[in-house]
Each structure stands twice: as structure tokens, then as C-alpha cells.
Design a protein around this ligand. Structure first.
Ligand SMILES: Nc1ncnc2c1ncn2[C@@H]1O[C@H](COP(=O)(O)OP(=O)(O)OP(=O)(O)O)[C@@H](O)[C@H]1O
Ligand SMILES: [Mg+2]
Length: 437
């Protein structure tokens, strides 16, 4: 939306006043100033053949009359001697801004003077400085109003943008997790399929063994049938033993349980990650938050870096866990994205009396000072269109600020980058205490 600039002109301010002539006397001017019709005017125009030759002000007349015998001596004389011969003249088509600028620059007696409005250099009427000011005031109020609306719209579209960025990163994250779940799910399914095949063979062996046992117990079958039964039972069990099916079953079950554990670990992390604890500060172990972010980001991270953990004990902080997880995932994802081939991401946690520090260091491309200065600005990105929105770190910065924490970065171009996130242990802390180790 544009801030509306009205095109009000000086013609909107015209006050029709019959002009004086050079022969008008001071007494006549004084009488006019006293009349109701001229009560609000500060000065009157003196016009000869439609051209303005001067103005005489109420103040000038007062000064004349204050002189000893002023009224008697000067009253009958012409205005010419007392008038301002260089009054402010403004064309009626001048816009209000230019006019106010002109008045501001050229007015010599601000409290006692008005200006004359002309058309093609001919007298048109009077303009009052006070009305000009009033009009400017009204315009300023209107502009303010418009600016407030613009500001509100801007804020709401910013919120929408942040929301859609969150949705996009949620989509990405869900796709990553789905991919992670897919691998164990794949081998759990094929294991179950194999077990089903084994179970069918074992079932067949059990059925024939049962028939043999029944025949032996009841002793009613002939020798040839008994021989067949013994042979089939033998074949079936031999096959099971020869193919190592029982040992395989053990391994298959172990693998399957491992896969199921991986799936449930991912589900737990996902649940921890997106805990609906908006604005709810709870006490969490930062090492666990890091693990949770690492699990969620595993799909991207495992392709780009080996993760090195140097975790301290006792790193409990009061925070909104889902928000802190979001920050950790943003910083870890950036680190992975900064590594060209395969590198190392080292995560260190340190425990201090009033706060906990998290260092996330990568040996990726690093950044020059010109980039480093801007990374927390919304929409700043060096990634290709469609690859990054440039909101990750600005959102992270806001989250850390809301936690009364600090987020800082050191980087050497070509060598790597280290982010340090400092979080107070208790929800309400004096930020100053964070800067003193
Ligand atoms: N570890 C890092 N190494 C090098 N550059 C980094 C690192 N982390 C961030 N940056 C720089 O900071 C910029 C801004 O990061 P930010 O996370 O805000 O946005 P993005 O990663 O570009 O996009 P998005 O996070 O929305 O996908 C990045 O484009 C990159 O240039
Ligand atoms: Mg990012």
C-alpha cells in the first residue's frame, strides 16, 4: 500500500478579501480590522490594477496608533508608507508542501503576517498561515493513520511469512524423518516376510511330526505308511536344520528388534522435538535436546559430517524445548550445508554457574566478514533461490533473545564456523550476568 500523498493546493485556503488600494487611509484599514468580517485576518492586501503591491498588517496599524497622536497624525494618510512592499505571494496552484516550505523560508514576521494568493501573478485572495498549519496537521494525522495501517499489514505479512517458512521447514523435517524411518521399516518388513516363509516350513514339519507320533501311539497304520511318515518327517526337519533356519531366525529377530528400536527412537525424538509446549518453560537437559535435533536432522547430517560430541554433565536449563530444538536444528543444518564434501561437526556443551554454553563448530566453507555481519538479518541468504529462505538464523536469534540468551558466531573463510549459544539456567536472569563468565 502506498502512503497517500494528497494533492491539496493553496487554492483550498483562499479567503476572499476585497483588496485595498494605495489611496486607502490607515483609519479605514483600522476600521476594517475591527469589523467582524476581517476579525481573523492578520493583514490586508493592497492591490493596484489587479497586481499586489503590498500588505498592511494589524500589527503595523497598532504600532502607528500607539505613537503619540498616531491616530490623529497618521490616520488620514495612505497605507503606502506603512505597508510591507514585499509580501509573501504564492500562486494558487502551488501544492501545500511547497507552499509551507516557501512560507517557512521567507516569512519575516511569523506571528503577524499572512500570505497573498495569486493567479497568474494577479491578486486572488488571502491565505492564512494558521489555516496552512491546520491543513498540514490534518495531513500529518492522515499520513500517520495510513502508516499505522501499512505497519500493521507489514507485521501480519511478516508473521505469515515466518509461519509459511515454519511450515516449509516442518515439511522438510517430516520428509527427512520419513526417509529415516523408511530404512529400518524396509528391513523389518523383509525380515518378517522371511520369517513367514520359515514359519510355513516349520509348521509343515510340526504337522507331519504330529501325524507320525499319533500313528506310533495308536499303532493302527501299516508299515509302508509309517515308513512314508518317518521319511517325510526326516526330510522336513533335515531341511530346516541343513538350511540353518533356526540360527537365521535368531538373527532375523535381533535385526527386526533393532529396526523397531530405531523407529521408536525416531518417534520419541519427533514427539520431544515438536512438544506442544509453546511458551511453556520447562527444565531440560541440553544434551538431550541436542540428541533430539541430531536424530531429526540425521538424514541431512549423516551425508555431510561425522558428529563429535563433547558433552558436559549437569547442563539443565529452563527453556521452551521445542523452540530450542528448532534453533539447534537450524544451526546444525547450516553447518552441514556449509560443508562441501564430508567434514566434522563438533558439538561441545559447557556448564557454568548461571548458564550453559553450546558450541557448534564445523570445518565447512566459513564466511567473510561481509556475510557474517548479516546472517541474523531476516531473508539474508547466500543460498540459491529455492534452497534457503534466509529466515533460519533470524528466527533462531529471536528465540534465543526471548530466552534472555546470546547467540554469537566466529568464522574464518575457508576454515569453518563456530556458533556459541548461551542459555541462562533460570528463566528470569539479568542479561548482564551472561556476559561475565
Ligand atoms: N555454519 C555456517 N557456515 C557458513 N555460512 C553460514 C553458516 N551458517 C549460516 N551461514 C550463512 O548465513 C546465511 C543465513 O543463514 P540462515 O540459516 O538464516 O538462512 P539459510 O540457511 O540461507 O536459509 P534457511 O535457513 O531459511 O534454509 C546462510 O545463507 C549462510 O550464508
Ligand atoms: Mg539455515
Amino acid at each position: 500500500m502506498n502512503v497517500a500523498v494528497s494533492n491539496e493546493q493553496v487554492s483550498d485556503l483562499i479567503v476572499s478579501v476585497s483588496p485595498l488600494s494605495l489611496s486607502t487611509s490607515i483609519t479605514e484599514v483600522a476600521n476594517l480590522f475591527l469589523s467582524d468580517t476581517h476579525r481573523e485576518l492578520l493583514c490586508l492586501p493592497v492591490v493596484e490594477q489587479e497586481h499586489v503591491v503590498g500588505t498592511i498588517s494589524r500589527y503595523a496599524v497598532m504600532r502607528i496608533f500607539l505613537k503619540p497622536f498616531g491616530r490623529e497624525i497618521y490616520g488620514p494618510r495612505s497605507v503606502e508608507q506603512w505597508m510591507n512592499k514585499t509580501p509573501l505571494l504564492i500562486d494558487e496552484h502551488t501544492d501545500i508542501d511547497t507552499a509551507s516550505h516557501y512560507v517557512h523560508q521567507h516569512i519575516t514576521n511569523p506571528i503577524t503576517e499572512d500570505f497573498v494568493i495569486t493567479r497568474n501573478a494577479k491578486y486572488r485572495g488571502m491565505g492564512m498561515v494558521l489555516s496552512l498549519l491546520e491543513l498540514l496537521g490534518q495531513r500529518a494525522a492522515r499520513r500517520n493513520q495510513t502508516l499505522m495501517v501499512v505497519n500493521r499489514n507489514l507485521k501480519s505479512s511478516q508473521t505469515r511469512l515466518i509461519q509459511s517458512e515454519k511450515m516449509a521447514s516442518l515439511g522438510q523435517m517430516v520428509a527427512g524423518v520419513a526417509h529415516e524411518i523408511n530404512t529400518p521399516l524396509g528391513y523389518v518388513s523383509s525380515n518378517v516376510e522371511l520369517v513367514r516363509g520359515f514359519a510355513q516350513q516349520i509348521q509343515a514339519a510340526v504337522v507331519v511330526s504330529h501325524e507320525l507320533v499319533t500313528a506310533l501311539q495308536e499303532g493302527v497304520v501299516d508299515d509302508s505308511t509309517l515308513g512314508d511318515l518317518i521319511q517325510t518327517t526326516n526330510e522336513q526337519t533335515q531341511m530346516i536344520l541343513r538350511d540353518g533356519m533356526l540360527d537365521d531366525l535368531d538373527t532375523l529377530f535381533n535385526d527386526t528388534f533393532h529396526g523397531l528400536e530405531q523407529i521408536s527412537e525416531l518417534v520419541v525424538s519427533l514427539r520431544n522435538f515438536s512438544r506442544t509446549d509453546h511458551a511453556n518453560f520447562v527444565s531440560v537437559n541440553i544434551n538431550e535436546s541436542i540428541e533430539s535435533a541430531l536424530t531429526i536432522g540425521r538424514n541431512i547430517l549423516k551425508q555431510k559430517a561425522e558428529i563429535e560430541r563433547v558433552f558436559a554433565d549437569g547442563v539443565m536449563v529452563e527453556c521452551v524445548p521445542s523452540q530450542i530444538n528448532q534453533v539447534l536444528l537450524n544451526v546444525l543444518t547450516n553447518a552441514a550445508q556449509a560443508i562441501p564434501n564430508f567434514g566434522v561437526i563438533k558439538i561441545t556443551t559447557r556448564s557454568h554457574k548461571n548458564f550453559v554454553d553450546i558450541h557448534i563448530r564445523d570445518n565447512g566453507c566459513g564466511m567473510p566478514e561481509s556475510v557474517r555481519k548479516k546472517i541474523f538479518d531476516p531473508f539474508f541468504t547466500t543460498k540459491k533461490v529455492g534452497e534457503g529462505t534466509g529466515l533460519g538464523l533470524s528466527i533462531s536469534y529471536q528465540i534465543i533473545q526471548q530466552h534472555n540468551g546470546l547467540i554469537e558466531v566466529k568464522s574464518i573463510e575457508g576454515k569453518g564456523t563456530e556458533f556459541v549459544i548461551r542459555l541462562p539456567r533460570k528463566r528470569v536472569v539479568n542479561t548482564e550476568s551472561l556476559t561475565n563468565n
